[in-house]
Design a protein around this ligand. Sequence first.
Ligand code: 5AD
Ligand code: SF4
Length: 469
Amino acid sequence: MDNTIKAELLSEKQSEYMSLIAEIMEIRKRGEKPLAFIRTYGCQQNVADSEKIKGMLARSGFDFTDTPDDADFILFNTCAVREHAEDRVFGNVGALKNIKRRHPQILIALCGCMMEQEHVANRIYNSFPFVGLVFGTHSLHHFPELLYSALVDGRRVFERGNDDKKLYEGFPVRRDGSFKGWLPIMYGCNNFCTYCIVPYVRGRERSREKDVILSEARQMIKGGFKDITLLGQNVNSYGKTLEDPVTFAELIREIDSIDGDYWLRFMTSHPKDCSRELIDAIAGGKHISKHLHLPFQSGSDRILKAMNRHYDRKKYLDIISYAKERIDDVSLTSDIIVGFPGETYEDFKQTLSLIREVEFTSLFTFIYSPRKGTPAAEYDDPISAEEKGKWFKELLDVQEEIAAKRCSSMVGKTERVLIEGVKEKTGELNARTSGNIIVELDGGQDLIGTFQKAKITKARNWILKGELV
Ligand code: 5AD
Ligand code: SF4
Protein backbone atom coordinates (compact mmCIF):
# COMPACT_ATOMS: atom_id res chain seq x y z
CA MET A 1 0.00 0.00 0.00
CA ASP A 2 1.37 3.40 -0.95
CA ASN A 3 1.17 5.63 2.09
CA THR A 4 3.36 8.38 0.66
CA ILE A 5 2.17 11.88 1.53
CA LYS A 6 3.60 14.79 -0.43
CA ALA A 7 3.56 18.29 0.97
CA GLU A 8 1.69 21.10 -0.75
CA LEU A 9 2.62 24.75 -0.47
CA LEU A 10 0.47 27.36 1.22
CA SER A 11 -1.36 28.77 -1.80
CA GLU A 12 -0.88 32.13 -3.47
CA LYS A 13 -4.56 32.80 -2.74
CA GLN A 14 -3.82 32.74 1.01
CA SER A 15 -1.06 35.34 0.54
CA GLU A 16 -3.57 37.52 -1.27
CA TYR A 17 -6.01 37.16 1.63
CA MET A 18 -3.28 38.23 4.08
CA SER A 19 -2.63 41.40 2.03
CA LEU A 20 -6.36 42.10 1.79
CA ILE A 21 -6.81 41.76 5.56
CA ALA A 22 -3.88 44.15 6.11
CA GLU A 23 -5.49 46.74 3.81
CA ILE A 24 -8.92 46.46 5.35
CA MET A 25 -7.66 46.58 8.92
CA GLU A 26 -5.52 49.61 8.14
CA ILE A 27 -8.62 51.48 6.98
CA ARG A 28 -10.71 50.25 9.91
CA LYS A 29 -8.04 51.19 12.44
CA ARG A 30 -7.25 54.49 10.65
CA GLY A 31 -3.60 53.61 10.19
CA GLU A 32 -3.10 52.07 13.64
CA LYS A 33 -1.91 48.47 13.79
CA PRO A 34 -4.64 45.94 14.62
CA LEU A 35 -3.82 43.83 17.68
CA ALA A 36 -4.20 40.09 18.27
CA PHE A 37 -4.35 38.24 21.58
CA ILE A 38 -3.44 34.55 21.25
CA ARG A 39 -3.71 32.04 24.10
CA THR A 40 -2.43 28.52 23.61
CA TYR A 41 -3.56 25.52 25.68
CA GLY A 42 -1.99 22.07 25.75
CA CYS A 43 1.10 20.62 24.21
CA GLN A 44 4.05 21.91 22.19
CA GLN A 45 2.35 20.91 18.95
CA ASN A 46 -0.25 23.53 19.74
CA VAL A 47 2.45 26.05 20.61
CA ALA A 48 4.05 25.37 17.20
CA ASP A 49 0.66 25.74 15.45
CA SER A 50 0.12 29.06 17.23
CA GLU A 51 3.52 30.21 15.97
CA LYS A 52 2.29 29.60 12.40
CA ILE A 53 -0.96 31.43 13.09
CA LYS A 54 0.99 34.34 14.56
CA GLY A 55 3.19 34.34 11.44
CA MET A 56 0.11 34.59 9.24
CA LEU A 57 -1.38 37.31 11.45
CA ALA A 58 1.86 39.32 11.33
CA ARG A 59 1.73 39.08 7.50
CA SER A 60 -1.86 40.31 7.71
CA GLY A 61 -0.67 43.48 9.44
CA PHE A 62 -1.31 42.47 13.06
CA ASP A 63 0.77 43.21 16.14
CA PHE A 64 0.31 41.28 19.36
CA THR A 65 -0.95 42.19 22.83
CA ASP A 66 -1.14 40.44 26.21
CA THR A 67 -4.29 42.36 27.13
CA PRO A 68 -7.50 40.88 25.69
CA ASP A 69 -9.34 44.19 26.16
CA ASP A 70 -6.91 45.93 23.77
CA ALA A 71 -7.28 43.30 21.06
CA ASP A 72 -9.14 43.41 17.74
CA PHE A 73 -8.83 39.65 17.41
CA ILE A 74 -8.82 37.08 20.23
CA LEU A 75 -7.91 33.47 19.52
CA PHE A 76 -7.78 30.48 21.87
CA ASN A 77 -5.88 27.49 20.48
CA THR A 78 -7.45 24.61 22.43
CA CYS A 79 -6.47 21.16 23.74
CA ALA A 80 -8.71 18.08 23.90
CA VAL A 81 -6.43 15.56 25.57
CA ARG A 82 -8.22 15.53 28.93
CA GLU A 83 -11.57 16.75 30.20
CA HIS A 84 -9.90 19.19 32.58
CA ALA A 85 -8.21 20.97 29.64
CA GLU A 86 -11.57 21.27 27.87
CA ASP A 87 -13.33 22.57 30.98
CA ARG A 88 -10.75 25.32 31.36
CA VAL A 89 -11.31 26.39 27.76
CA PHE A 90 -15.10 26.43 28.15
CA GLY A 91 -14.77 28.49 31.35
CA ASN A 92 -12.41 31.00 29.77
CA VAL A 93 -14.48 31.29 26.59
CA GLY A 94 -17.55 32.05 28.72
CA ALA A 95 -15.63 34.91 30.31
CA LEU A 96 -15.02 36.48 26.87
CA LYS A 97 -18.71 37.36 26.66
CA ASN A 98 -18.11 40.50 28.72
CA ILE A 99 -15.20 41.58 26.54
CA LYS A 100 -17.40 41.20 23.46
CA ARG A 101 -20.06 43.32 25.21
CA ARG A 102 -17.52 46.05 25.95
CA HIS A 103 -15.97 45.91 22.46
CA PRO A 104 -18.56 44.62 19.98
CA GLN A 105 -16.17 45.00 17.02
CA ILE A 106 -13.77 42.39 18.45
CA LEU A 107 -13.56 39.05 16.58
CA ILE A 108 -13.42 36.05 18.95
CA ALA A 109 -12.07 32.81 17.51
CA LEU A 110 -11.34 29.26 18.70
CA CYS A 111 -9.15 26.69 17.01
CA GLY A 112 -7.15 23.54 17.72
CA CYS A 113 -7.90 19.99 18.79
CA MET A 114 -11.16 20.63 20.66
CA MET A 115 -12.67 22.19 17.55
CA GLU A 116 -12.10 19.04 15.49
CA GLN A 117 -14.73 17.30 17.63
CA GLU A 118 -18.21 17.73 16.21
CA HIS A 119 -19.96 17.79 19.60
CA VAL A 120 -17.65 20.56 20.84
CA ALA A 121 -18.03 22.71 17.70
CA ASN A 122 -21.83 22.29 17.99
CA ARG A 123 -21.79 23.31 21.64
CA ILE A 124 -19.76 26.43 20.79
CA TYR A 125 -22.12 27.25 17.93
CA ASN A 126 -25.22 26.94 20.08
CA SER A 127 -24.09 28.23 23.46
CA PHE A 128 -21.48 30.88 22.63
CA PRO A 129 -23.02 33.12 19.94
CA PHE A 130 -20.30 35.74 20.44
CA VAL A 131 -17.67 33.35 18.98
CA GLY A 132 -17.33 34.38 15.33
CA LEU A 133 -14.72 31.97 14.00
CA VAL A 134 -14.04 28.29 14.72
CA PHE A 135 -11.58 26.07 12.88
CA GLY A 136 -9.81 22.79 13.56
CA THR A 137 -6.23 21.58 13.28
CA HIS A 138 -6.67 20.68 9.59
CA SER A 139 -7.62 24.20 8.52
CA LEU A 140 -4.40 26.13 9.21
CA HIS A 141 -3.49 26.21 5.52
CA HIS A 142 -6.41 28.46 4.75
CA PHE A 143 -6.66 30.40 8.00
CA PRO A 144 -6.18 33.74 6.12
CA GLU A 145 -9.28 33.01 4.02
CA LEU A 146 -11.34 32.02 7.07
CA LEU A 147 -10.20 35.11 8.95
CA TYR A 148 -11.07 37.29 5.97
CA SER A 149 -14.61 35.84 5.78
CA ALA A 150 -15.22 36.32 9.48
CA LEU A 151 -13.81 39.87 9.52
CA VAL A 152 -15.31 41.16 6.32
CA ASP A 153 -18.51 39.25 5.71
CA GLY A 154 -19.42 39.52 9.37
CA ARG A 155 -20.94 36.03 9.39
CA ARG A 156 -19.97 33.23 11.77
CA VAL A 157 -17.42 30.93 10.16
CA PHE A 158 -17.19 27.33 11.41
CA GLU A 159 -14.93 24.78 9.80
CA ARG A 160 -13.71 21.36 10.84
CA GLY A 161 -13.00 17.95 9.35
CA ASN A 162 -10.77 19.05 6.49
CA ASP A 163 -8.62 16.35 4.89
CA ASP A 164 -6.50 14.92 7.69
CA LYS A 165 -3.98 13.26 5.33
CA LYS A 166 -2.59 16.48 3.88
CA LEU A 167 0.64 18.23 4.72
CA TYR A 168 1.36 21.89 4.02
CA GLU A 169 4.60 23.83 3.90
CA GLY A 170 5.47 27.47 3.39
CA PHE A 171 3.85 28.97 6.49
CA PRO A 172 5.37 32.15 7.81
CA VAL A 173 6.38 31.28 11.40
CA ARG A 174 6.64 33.82 14.19
CA ARG A 175 8.53 32.07 16.98
CA ASP A 176 7.77 33.03 20.58
CA GLY A 177 11.34 32.59 21.81
CA SER A 178 14.70 33.77 20.54
CA PHE A 179 16.93 30.97 21.86
CA LYS A 180 14.58 28.09 22.68
CA GLY A 181 12.37 26.89 19.85
CA TRP A 182 10.14 24.15 18.46
CA LEU A 183 10.60 22.45 15.14
CA PRO A 184 7.72 20.20 14.02
CA ILE A 185 8.98 17.23 12.01
CA MET A 186 5.70 15.38 11.60
CA TYR A 187 2.01 15.72 12.32
CA GLY A 188 -0.74 13.35 13.41
CA CYS A 189 -0.65 9.84 14.85
CA ASN A 190 -1.57 6.36 13.62
CA ASN A 191 -1.33 4.53 16.91
CA PHE A 192 -4.84 4.75 18.29
CA CYS A 193 -4.01 4.08 21.92
CA THR A 194 -7.47 3.31 23.25
CA TYR A 195 -7.61 6.27 25.68
CA CYS A 196 -6.32 8.91 23.30
CA ILE A 197 -8.22 11.50 21.26
CA VAL A 198 -5.16 12.71 19.34
CA PRO A 199 -5.47 10.48 16.23
CA TYR A 200 -9.08 11.66 15.83
CA VAL A 201 -8.32 15.37 16.10
CA ARG A 202 -4.88 15.57 14.49
CA GLY A 203 -5.35 13.03 11.74
CA ARG A 204 -2.99 10.51 10.16
CA GLU A 205 0.73 10.50 10.65
CA ARG A 206 2.61 12.54 8.02
CA SER A 207 6.28 13.52 7.98
CA ARG A 208 7.88 16.67 6.66
CA GLU A 209 10.65 16.28 4.07
CA LYS A 210 14.08 15.85 5.62
CA ASP A 211 15.56 18.70 3.59
CA VAL A 212 12.85 21.13 4.72
CA ILE A 213 13.57 20.22 8.35
CA LEU A 214 17.33 20.50 7.86
CA SER A 215 17.03 23.91 6.30
CA GLU A 216 14.73 25.13 9.08
CA ALA A 217 17.16 23.75 11.68
CA ARG A 218 20.07 25.53 9.96
CA GLN A 219 18.12 28.77 9.95
CA MET A 220 17.32 28.44 13.66
CA ILE A 221 20.92 27.65 14.60
CA LYS A 222 22.19 30.56 12.50
CA GLY A 223 19.55 32.78 14.11
CA GLY A 224 20.95 32.05 17.58
CA PHE A 225 18.66 29.26 18.80
CA LYS A 226 20.41 27.26 21.53
CA ASP A 227 17.77 24.70 22.40
CA ILE A 228 15.78 23.16 19.57
CA THR A 229 13.09 20.55 20.18
CA LEU A 230 11.94 18.39 17.29
CA LEU A 231 8.22 17.77 17.63
CA GLY A 232 5.89 14.95 16.71
CA GLN A 233 3.28 12.73 18.40
CA ASN A 234 5.55 9.78 17.79
CA VAL A 235 8.92 10.96 16.48
CA ASN A 236 10.37 7.43 16.32
CA SER A 237 8.16 6.62 13.36
CA TYR A 238 9.36 9.69 11.47
CA GLY A 239 9.93 9.26 7.76
CA LYS A 240 7.49 6.49 6.96
CA THR A 241 5.26 8.63 4.71
CA LEU A 242 8.15 10.09 2.69
CA GLU A 243 8.85 9.10 -0.91
CA ASP A 244 12.39 8.24 0.19
CA PRO A 245 11.87 6.91 3.72
CA VAL A 246 14.33 8.10 6.37
CA THR A 247 14.56 6.90 9.97
CA PHE A 248 14.36 9.27 12.90
CA ALA A 249 17.86 8.24 13.95
CA GLU A 250 19.15 9.24 10.49
CA LEU A 251 17.36 12.57 10.73
CA ILE A 252 18.82 13.51 14.11
CA ARG A 253 22.29 12.43 13.08
CA GLU A 254 22.09 14.77 10.09
CA ILE A 255 20.80 17.68 12.14
CA ASP A 256 23.47 16.98 14.75
CA SER A 257 26.15 17.40 12.08
CA ILE A 258 25.19 21.07 11.59
CA ASP A 259 27.90 23.25 13.14
CA GLY A 260 27.03 25.54 16.02
CA ASP A 261 26.57 25.68 19.76
CA TYR A 262 23.13 24.27 20.48
CA TRP A 263 21.21 21.43 22.10
CA LEU A 264 18.91 19.20 20.13
CA ARG A 265 15.92 17.59 21.86
CA PHE A 266 12.88 15.70 20.63
CA MET A 267 9.48 14.63 21.84
CA THR A 268 7.54 12.39 22.06
CA SER A 269 8.99 8.91 21.60
CA HIS A 270 6.96 5.72 21.61
CA PRO A 271 8.53 2.65 23.24
CA LYS A 272 7.24 0.33 20.51
CA ASP A 273 9.36 2.15 17.90
CA CYS A 274 12.31 3.17 20.04
CA SER A 275 15.25 1.50 18.30
CA ARG A 276 18.77 0.81 19.48
CA GLU A 277 19.89 2.82 16.47
CA LEU A 278 18.15 5.85 18.00
CA ILE A 279 19.79 5.34 21.38
CA ASP A 280 23.17 4.96 19.65
CA ALA A 281 22.51 8.23 17.82
CA ILE A 282 21.84 10.01 21.11
CA ALA A 283 24.93 8.46 22.67
CA GLY A 284 27.13 9.47 19.74
CA GLY A 285 25.60 12.92 19.20
CA LYS A 286 27.51 16.12 19.70
CA HIS A 287 24.47 18.31 20.28
CA ILE A 288 21.78 15.78 21.17
CA SER A 289 20.75 16.20 24.78
CA LYS A 290 21.20 13.22 27.08
CA HIS A 291 17.53 13.04 27.76
CA LEU A 292 14.94 10.51 26.70
CA HIS A 293 11.24 11.21 27.22
CA LEU A 294 9.70 7.78 26.79
CA PRO A 295 6.10 7.51 28.02
CA PHE A 296 5.27 4.04 29.33
CA GLN A 297 1.74 4.89 30.60
CA SER A 298 1.41 1.74 32.75
CA GLY A 299 3.71 -0.86 34.29
CA SER A 300 1.13 -3.64 33.93
CA ASP A 301 1.16 -5.81 30.79
CA ARG A 302 -2.58 -6.40 31.07
CA ILE A 303 -3.27 -2.66 31.03
CA LEU A 304 -0.71 -1.96 28.29
CA LYS A 305 -2.58 -4.44 26.14
CA ALA A 306 -5.92 -2.82 26.90
CA MET A 307 -4.33 0.53 26.02
CA ASN A 308 -3.19 -0.88 22.63
CA ARG A 309 0.39 0.17 23.28
CA HIS A 310 2.16 -2.70 21.42
CA TYR A 311 4.96 -3.28 23.95
CA ASP A 312 5.18 -4.91 27.33
CA ARG A 313 6.97 -4.12 30.55
CA LYS A 314 9.94 -6.28 29.61
CA LYS A 315 10.44 -4.60 26.25
CA TYR A 316 10.25 -1.19 27.94
CA LEU A 317 12.79 -2.12 30.59
CA ASP A 318 15.10 -3.56 27.91
CA ILE A 319 15.17 -0.23 26.06
CA ILE A 320 15.79 1.62 29.31
CA SER A 321 18.66 -0.60 30.32
CA TYR A 322 20.23 -0.19 26.85
CA ALA A 323 19.84 3.60 27.16
CA LYS A 324 21.47 3.57 30.61
CA GLU A 325 24.31 1.45 29.31
CA ARG A 326 24.99 3.61 26.23
CA ILE A 327 24.25 7.16 27.41
CA ASP A 328 26.27 8.51 30.29
CA ASP A 329 24.07 9.81 33.09
CA VAL A 330 20.98 9.65 30.87
CA SER A 331 17.98 11.58 32.15
CA LEU A 332 14.75 9.63 31.73
CA THR A 333 11.25 11.08 31.87
CA SER A 334 7.85 9.61 31.16
CA ASP A 335 4.06 10.00 31.03
CA ILE A 336 1.81 7.85 33.19
CA ILE A 337 -1.92 7.35 33.29
CA VAL A 338 -3.48 6.31 36.60
CA GLY A 339 -6.91 4.69 36.75
CA PHE A 340 -7.32 3.39 33.19
CA PRO A 341 -10.68 1.52 32.98
CA GLY A 342 -10.30 -1.92 34.55
CA GLU A 343 -6.99 -1.09 36.27
CA THR A 344 -6.76 -2.72 39.70
CA TYR A 345 -4.55 -1.78 42.62
CA GLU A 346 -2.38 -4.77 41.67
CA ASP A 347 -1.86 -3.29 38.18
CA PHE A 348 -1.14 0.09 39.69
CA LYS A 349 1.51 -1.45 41.96
CA GLN A 350 3.28 -2.63 38.79
CA THR A 351 3.48 1.00 37.71
CA LEU A 352 4.99 1.93 41.07
CA SER A 353 7.55 -0.84 40.86
CA LEU A 354 8.51 0.21 37.35
CA ILE A 355 9.20 3.80 38.35
CA ARG A 356 11.29 2.57 41.27
CA GLU A 357 13.25 0.36 38.94
CA VAL A 358 13.92 3.01 36.28
CA GLU A 359 14.39 6.03 38.60
CA PHE A 360 13.00 8.75 36.34
CA THR A 361 14.19 12.32 36.66
CA SER A 362 10.63 13.54 36.42
CA LEU A 363 7.18 12.33 35.41
CA PHE A 364 4.06 13.75 33.84
CA THR A 365 1.26 11.99 35.66
CA PHE A 366 -2.40 12.00 34.69
CA ILE A 367 -5.59 10.54 36.02
CA TYR A 368 -7.43 8.77 33.20
CA SER A 369 -10.00 11.01 31.55
CA PRO A 370 -12.62 9.43 29.26
CA ARG A 371 -12.62 11.00 25.78
CA LYS A 372 -15.79 10.71 23.73
CA GLY A 373 -15.25 8.64 20.58
CA THR A 374 -12.26 6.65 21.91
CA PRO A 375 -12.64 2.89 22.63
CA ALA A 376 -11.68 3.18 26.32
CA ALA A 377 -14.53 5.62 26.96
CA GLU A 378 -16.87 2.62 26.48
CA TYR A 379 -15.00 0.31 28.88
CA ASP A 380 -16.28 -0.51 32.35
CA ASP A 381 -14.60 1.74 34.88
CA PRO A 382 -15.56 0.50 38.36
CA ILE A 383 -12.88 2.28 40.44
CA SER A 384 -14.15 5.50 42.03
CA ALA A 385 -12.56 8.89 41.38
CA GLU A 386 -11.72 9.05 45.08
CA GLU A 387 -9.80 5.77 44.95
CA LYS A 388 -7.94 6.83 41.81
CA GLY A 389 -7.05 10.07 43.59
CA LYS A 390 -5.45 8.04 46.41
CA TRP A 391 -3.38 6.00 43.95
CA PHE A 392 -2.35 9.18 42.20
CA LYS A 393 -1.14 10.69 45.47
CA GLU A 394 0.80 7.51 46.23
CA LEU A 395 2.47 7.75 42.82
CA LEU A 396 3.47 11.37 43.42
CA ASP A 397 4.96 10.50 46.82
CA VAL A 398 7.06 7.69 45.37
CA GLN A 399 8.25 9.84 42.47
CA GLU A 400 9.15 12.69 44.82
CA GLU A 401 11.39 10.34 46.76
CA ILE A 402 13.04 9.07 43.55
CA ALA A 403 13.51 12.57 42.09
CA ALA A 404 15.04 13.76 45.36
CA LYS A 405 17.48 10.86 45.30
CA ARG A 406 18.26 11.39 41.60
CA CYS A 407 18.83 15.12 42.11
CA SER A 408 20.93 14.78 45.25
CA SER A 409 23.27 12.48 43.35
CA MET A 410 24.08 15.51 41.20
CA VAL A 411 25.24 17.71 44.10
CA GLY A 412 28.90 18.61 43.73
CA LYS A 413 28.94 18.04 39.96
CA THR A 414 29.52 20.78 37.42
CA GLU A 415 26.91 20.91 34.66
CA ARG A 416 26.58 22.85 31.44
CA VAL A 417 23.31 24.76 31.65
CA LEU A 418 21.29 27.05 29.41
CA ILE A 419 20.10 30.17 31.24
CA GLU A 420 16.42 30.53 30.38
CA GLY A 421 15.03 33.41 32.41
CA VAL A 422 14.44 34.96 35.80
CA LYS A 423 12.36 33.51 38.60
CA GLU A 424 9.85 36.24 39.39
CA LYS A 425 9.57 35.57 43.12
CA THR A 426 13.25 35.48 44.03
CA GLY A 427 15.05 37.20 41.13
CA GLU A 428 17.23 34.10 40.70
CA LEU A 429 18.12 32.86 37.23
CA ASN A 430 16.36 29.77 35.89
CA ALA A 431 18.53 27.39 33.95
CA ARG A 432 18.20 23.89 32.51
CA THR A 433 20.66 21.03 32.13
CA SER A 434 21.03 18.91 29.01
CA GLY A 435 18.98 16.29 30.89
CA ASN A 436 16.17 18.87 31.23
CA ILE A 437 16.58 19.39 34.98
CA ILE A 438 15.93 22.89 36.34
CA VAL A 439 18.78 24.67 38.12
CA GLU A 440 18.29 27.92 40.01
CA LEU A 441 21.27 30.22 40.47
CA ASP A 442 22.31 33.85 41.07
CA GLY A 443 23.59 35.93 38.18
CA GLY A 444 22.94 38.83 35.85
CA GLN A 445 20.03 38.91 33.42
CA ASP A 446 22.47 39.51 30.56
CA LEU A 447 23.24 35.78 30.78
CA ILE A 448 19.75 34.80 29.62
CA GLY A 449 20.00 32.78 26.41
CA THR A 450 23.62 31.72 26.99
CA PHE A 451 25.26 28.46 28.01
CA GLN A 452 27.12 28.57 31.34
CA LYS A 453 28.82 26.16 33.70
CA ALA A 454 27.08 25.67 37.01
CA LYS A 455 28.26 23.83 40.10
CA ILE A 456 25.34 22.06 41.72
CA THR A 457 25.23 22.98 45.40
CA LYS A 458 21.86 21.69 46.62
CA ALA A 459 18.92 19.56 45.57
CA ARG A 460 15.30 20.20 46.41
CA ASN A 461 13.07 17.46 45.02
CA TRP A 462 13.36 17.82 41.25
CA ILE A 463 14.92 21.30 41.30
CA LEU A 464 18.63 21.95 41.74
CA LYS A 465 20.39 24.97 43.21
CA GLY A 466 23.71 25.95 41.72
CA GLU A 467 26.45 28.53 41.40
CA LEU A 468 27.99 29.91 38.25
CA VAL A 469 31.51 28.61 37.77
N1 5AD B 1 -6.58 10.57 30.03
C1 5AD B 1 -5.47 10.84 30.76
N2 5AD B 1 -4.27 11.07 30.21
C2 5AD B 1 -4.18 11.02 28.87
N3 5AD B 1 -3.13 11.20 28.04
C3 5AD B 1 -3.55 11.06 26.77
N4 5AD B 1 -4.87 10.80 26.76
C4 5AD B 1 -5.28 10.75 28.05
C5 5AD B 1 -6.53 10.51 28.67
N5 5AD B 1 -7.63 10.23 27.97
C6 5AD B 1 -1.76 11.46 28.53
C7 5AD B 1 -0.79 10.35 28.10
C8 5AD B 1 0.01 11.03 27.04
C9 5AD B 1 0.02 12.46 27.51
C10 5AD B 1 0.37 13.48 26.49
O1 5AD B 1 -1.30 12.67 27.97
O2 5AD B 1 0.01 10.03 29.21
O3 5AD B 1 1.31 10.50 26.92
FE1 SF4 C 1 -2.15 9.42 21.68
FE2 SF4 C 1 -0.90 7.04 21.66
FE3 SF4 C 1 -0.72 8.69 19.48
FE4 SF4 C 1 0.53 9.34 21.78
S1 SF4 C 1 0.96 7.54 20.50
S2 SF4 C 1 -0.74 10.70 20.50
S3 SF4 C 1 -0.87 8.56 23.35
S4 SF4 C 1 -2.59 7.69 20.27
